[in-house]
Design a protein around this ligand. Structure first.
Ligand SMILES: Nc1nc2c(ncn2[C@@H]2O[C@H](COP(=O)(O)OP(=O)(O)OP(=O)(O)O)[C@@H](O)[C@H]2O)c(=O)[nH]1
Ligand SMILES: [Mg+2]
Ligand SMILES: [Zn+2]
Ligand SMILES: [Zn+2]
Length: 1007
């Protein structure tokens, strides 16, 4: 059949009994079609038809009639005469009702009505007893006729985007359903009968108002996709654990889940299941964090002592790092004790950057201040801001003035309450020297803490016991080997996954520090975060390091750590240094195991730079810039960016900026990142083709801001490219989102700069910011075409820098899109045919294949033979995976020559030479793959414009099918020992052991 492949450009024709008249711009059907009475299939998709002529009744042999994407407002009753129809598709029209005669189409197996304006369906629909697929997505249905309950052969029922407020009980009879899609309706309740639909593999309930799930959901053991995003779920039923396998893709974003569920959900199915299984035995836990913040010397530690009932101390020593102490409180309403863990932060300026790490959401904050000279409203405001940008509006803060006997505090509370309406929950005045006001504050803390969402969260008594045993150890052992942790858990009867889950949960809750995925740290559990923060604080306080502009001589570590506070024995030092790296506080200077850089201790003075924003770039070098304006200053942004991009370090850094060079020399890309104001970051990238590095850095900035400061909002600006005649850059700038809006809706393609008066093409201003508005596969093809042209014109010369970087940019775009779909499995691979002996071939008619996963280290992607799986999949599998296999092949065909072109001699890239040969084999396999069949229902056609830069539904499905077969062949998910790492821009990549040290250098060797 000619229909596969490219239906849009196809000019209609008749082939045997199949007539394809798609997208011909017809407003009316020509009468001669009525004479084609032999027709069995008639495709009229994508015309502008509004009426079906009466002669259509003559086409009684039709089994497929496609009327999608036309302008029908109604379908005449005559349609009921086409009783041989098995497929009728009318999606993307403007139908408001259907004729009763639809019920006469008793052979119908597929009825596609997506994207119309149906408010009801005729009862006769219940007669379509052969119906298997019923697509009603995107209509205005408030209910369905009961007759639908008789359609027991239905396998797919799509009701996405309608206005159903409940699911009728008869739906529980549709036991053959494998896909039920009811997303974007108004469901408040999921009935228990959902557990009867055991054939379901896809259940979409996203964007409803569900507040709970029934236990029966645990019966749906065939589910592979369960979408529950954007509902109102706070808890999950224990029986959900029964279906949380690798195969299930569970989406829960946008639900107000109670602690510790959000952490567990993000950790993945196995750990969520381990936790949910323990819920049967769970008891409530009354515990929360109380954080005391404020400037140095204001009386935070004295307040903790007062709350503990300890005596007042004149001249209390300053706090190094953080001190944590549990304080018992009575629950105000229940007969229960609460434990508040007070985190007393050292207030000195040097700690400001690193302490933010310990600000957690869903905790109670005391902002402590002392009304004496130099201390005013602004500082209290500053701390409230710092809390808000780190944890968002969810935090609750009390403002506490100390020394109230000496001086009456003068603070404008109403003003603070206006500024932080959700956060500030009251102002208190105390004096720790004699306990004035402490009792009242204590009561207020109790009331506020009791109202925190996780107060009373349920936890298994076994977990609780293990947790207590571990925490009790912290008194004597600041850290223990993971083995010991597991042993303690074993004594409390934790089994299997539970131990690892508890360790990670305690890490997420700030009780211990444990990095299970770090080469050097995975064997240690730090029981005493305070012990660690203190050790870090001694480095930040170190005079010699500060004098050296933040360069930490490892030889100094002995002096810094050994002889402090009863000592930090030398065997811990490598762990400390590695932990500092995990916190982005320091990094080892390249090729030098003897020094580290602590960017937050960098000199204030800006060094001389190779170029500056004011210089014009030389010919052949393009420049791309952006400015990021933040709602608040984000202290630590520059040091953290510098630490993340330390592989790109040029040794040119200062307190407010850093100059970087892309670690792959061939890209010849340089970048200047600097704070132009406390709340404004400027980025400029210069290169023959700057887009790749520009996007990497932009993603990195956005990723860092959104993950580290969830309460911070920011806006991106495109600087005006204009220059005055004396070469001075124009100070004008354009809001990026504004330009995008104007481009989308506006009638103009030009835009003036209010500063210099120049007029610019919007598309030119957006260079570097937007991607072609075409599907991903088409973008990959385009770059192939471009390269073919270049190769032809320059006679096969080596590609130039600009082209290499441009290809790498396309490859990165593909991998980001793919990574948005699948993160728990490597995503690049090649296919090979297994060479079998003649005898084998005679015995098994079937072909055998080898699938080899690739290491995804950018610029050095390569096949990784230890992750090779032998497959003998059925032909249908190939049909299913074909769309993604093609995309991978075309992408790898770009990757391999890039890796060869850039000089990566310094980086390990094993097996590179064999890569091209593998692609040739794969190309032959791909050439044999079945072509896709035309789609009749669903939104795939309708959305073809909107899917730019995303995987098509078919590609996404294919990718998941590849993942599934890999999981089946590699049940332990070993992937030949490849591991997942985070690239500086936040991308998650899978890399081989040879590339792993690029991301995780392991423990340092100290002198
Ligand atoms: N009279 C009086 N003195 C206080 C009060 N609170 C604290 N002090 C004294 O002020 C000094 C500083 O108090 P700390 O509690 O150590 O202050 P801090 O905020 O913990 O300081 P850092 O740990 O350096 O951030 C100590 O000498 C206390 O004795 C108070 O309410 N009244
Ligand atoms: Mg203190
Ligand atoms: Zn301008
Ligand atoms: Zn590798």
């Amino acid at each position: 059949m000619v229909l596969s492949g490219v239906p849009y450009e196809f000019r209609g024709h008749v082939n045997g009994t199949v007539a394809d008249f798609q997208s011909l711009g017809w407003t009316e059907l020509p009468d001669w079609i009525g004479d084609l009475t032999d027709l069995t299939q008639l495709f009229l998709y994508g015309n502008r038809l509004a009426e079906l002529p009466d002669w259509i009744r003559n086409l009684t042999n039709l089994s497929v009639l496609s009327l999608g994407a036309n302008e029908f407002t109604e379908i005449p009753a005559v349609i009921g005469k086409l009783t041989n129809l098995t497929t009728l598709s009318m999606h993307v029209n403007q139908l408001t009702s259907l004729p009763d005669s639809v019920g006469d189409l008793s052979n119908l197996s597929t009825l596609g009505l997506e994207d119309n304006q149906l408010t009801h369906l005729p009862d006769s629909i219940g007669n379509l007893s052969n119906l298997r697929t019923l697509g009603l997505e995107d209509n205005q249905l408030t209910r369905l006729p009961d007759g639908v309950g008789d359609l027991t052969n239905l396998t797919t029922l799509s009701l996405h985007i309608n206005q159903l407020s409940d699911l009728p009980d008869w739906m529980g009879n549709l036991t053959n359903l494998s896909t039920l899609s009811v997303g974007a309706n108004q469901l408040t309740h999921l009935p228990d009968w959902i557990g009867n639909l055991t054939s379901l593999s896809k259940l979409f309930l996203d964007r409803n108002r569900l507040t709970r799930l029934p236990d029966a959901i645990g019966n749906l053991s065939n589910l592979t996709q369960l979408h529950l995003d954007e509902n109102r779920l706070e808890q999950l039923p224990g029986r959900l654990a029964d279906i949380l396998t690798d195969r299930l893709s569970l989406r829960l974003a946008g639900n107000p889940l109670a602690d510790p569920l959000p952490e567990l959900v993000s950790r993945g199915n196995a750990e969520l299941a381990a936790y949910l299984r323990t819920l049967g035995e769970a008891v409530p836990l009354y515990e929360a964090k109380l954080l005391l913040v404020g400037e140095g010397n204001v009386g935070k530690s004295s307040l903790v002592a007062a709350l503990e009932g300890a005596p007042f101390m004149e001249r209390r020593p300053t706090t190094h790092g953080i001190e944590i102490s549990p304080i018992p409180f009575r629950h105000p309403d229940l007969d229960a004790d609460m434990i508040l863990r007070a985190w007393d932060f050292g207030g000195q300026e040097v700690y400001r950057v690193s302490h933010q790490f310990f600000f957690s959401p869903r905790a109670l904050y005391l902002v402590v201040w002392h009304a004496r000279q130099g201390q005013d409203q602004n500082e209290v405001e500053g701390w409230l801001r710092r809390i808000r940008v780190r944890v968002g509006e969810g935090a609750v803060a009390l403002v506490v003035a100390t020394h109230s006997k000496e001086r009456l505090p003068d603070l404008d509370y109403p003003h603070l309450q206006r500024l932080f309406p959700e956060m500030v929950a009251g102002g208190y005045e105390i004096d720790s020297s004699d306990g004035t006001g402490v009792a009242a504050l204590r009561t207020a803390i109790g009331v506020r803490a009791a109202a925190l969402p996780q107060m009373g969260q349920r936890i298994s008594p076994r977990w609780m016991a293990a947790r207590e045993a571990v925490l009790a150890l912290a008194e004597t052992d600041p850290q223990i080997p993971y083995e010991r942790f597991a042993e303690i858990c074993g004594r409390s009867d934790l089994v299997g996954e539970e131990t690892g889950t508890l360790a990670k949960l305690m890490h997420d809750l700030g009780l211990v520090i444990y990095y299970d995925e770090d080469e050097g740290l995975k064997d240690v559990v730090v029981l005493n975060p305070e012990w660690l923060t203190k050790a870090i604080s001694y480095v930040l306080d170190d005079r010699a390091t500060s004098d050296a502009g933040g360069v930490l001589d490892h030889a100094r570590l002995k002096d810094i750590w050994q002889d402090r506070d009863g000592g930090y024995p030398a065997r811990y030092h490598p762990y400390f240094l590695r932990l500092m790296e995990k916190f982005d506080i320091s990094y080892r200077l390249d090729g030098d195991e003897t020094h580290s850089l602590v960017p937050q201790m960098a000199p204030h003075q800006r060094p001389a730079l190779p170029w500056d924003a004011a210089d014009r770039p030389p010919t052949g070098v393009r420049s791309l810039s952006l400015t990021c304006r933040m709602s608040e200053p984000a202290s630590g942004l520059i040091p953290w960016l510098a630490a993340r991009h330390h592989k790109a370090s040029t040794g040119k850094y200062w307190r407010r900026g850093v100059f970087l060079r892309h670690p792959i020399d061939a890209y010849r890309s340089e970048a200047l990142l600097s704070l132009t104001r406390d709340d404004e970051l400027a980025l400029e990238v210069r290169a023959p083709s700057p887009d790749l590095y520009f996007n990497v850095l932009r993603d990195s900035i956005e990723d860092l801001i959104t993950t580290r400061w969830p309460g911070l909002t920011y806006q991106l600006f495109v600087p005006c490219p204009g220059r005055a005649s004396d070469g001075i850059a124009c100070p004008g700038r354009f809001r990026l989102d504004g330009l995008l809006r104007v481009r989308e809706y506006g009638r103009t393609s030009i835009y003036p700069c209010a500063d210099c008066g120049q007029i610019y093409e919007i598309s030119a201003l957006l260079t570097g910011f937007t991607h072609p508005s075409r599907p991903l596969a088409a973008q990959v093809e385009q770059i192939h075409d471009q390269l073919a042209e270049i190769t032809a014109s320059v006679g096969g010369l080596r590609w130039q820098t600009a082209e290499i970087a441009e290809i790498a940019e396309t490859v990165r775009r593909v991998s980001r899109v793919v990574a948005a779909e699948v993160t728990d499995c490597p995503r690049l691979f090649t296919l090979d045919r297994r060479r079998t002996g003649l005898l084998d071939r005679m015995r098994f008619q079937q072909d055998h294949y080898l699938l080899t996963l690739w290491c995804e280290h950018p610029g050095s992607e390569h096949p990784w033979d230890p992750a090779t799986y032998e497959l003998d999949p059925p032909k249908e599998w190939f049909a299913r995976v074909a769309p993604y296999v093609r995309l991978v092949l075309r992408t790898l065909q770009l990757v391999v020559p890039v890796a060869a072109a850039i000089d990566v001699a310094a980086l390990p890239h094993p097996q590179q030479p064999g890569a091209q040969a593998r692609l040739d084999v794969m190309e032959a396999i791909v050439a044999d793959l079945p072509a896709g069949a035309p789609e009749l229902t669903g939104r795939e056609f309708a959305d073809r414009e909107g899917d730019a830069g995303k995987l098509s539904p078919a590609e996404g499905q294919a990718l998941r099918a590849v993942r599934q077969i890999v999981f089946e062949h590699d049940p332990l998910h070993a992937f030949g020992d490849m591991r997942r790492v985070q690239a500086p821009a936040g991308d998650l990549l899978w890399v081989c052991p040879a590339h792993y040290p690029e991301y995780d250098p392991g423990l340092p060797t100290l002198p």
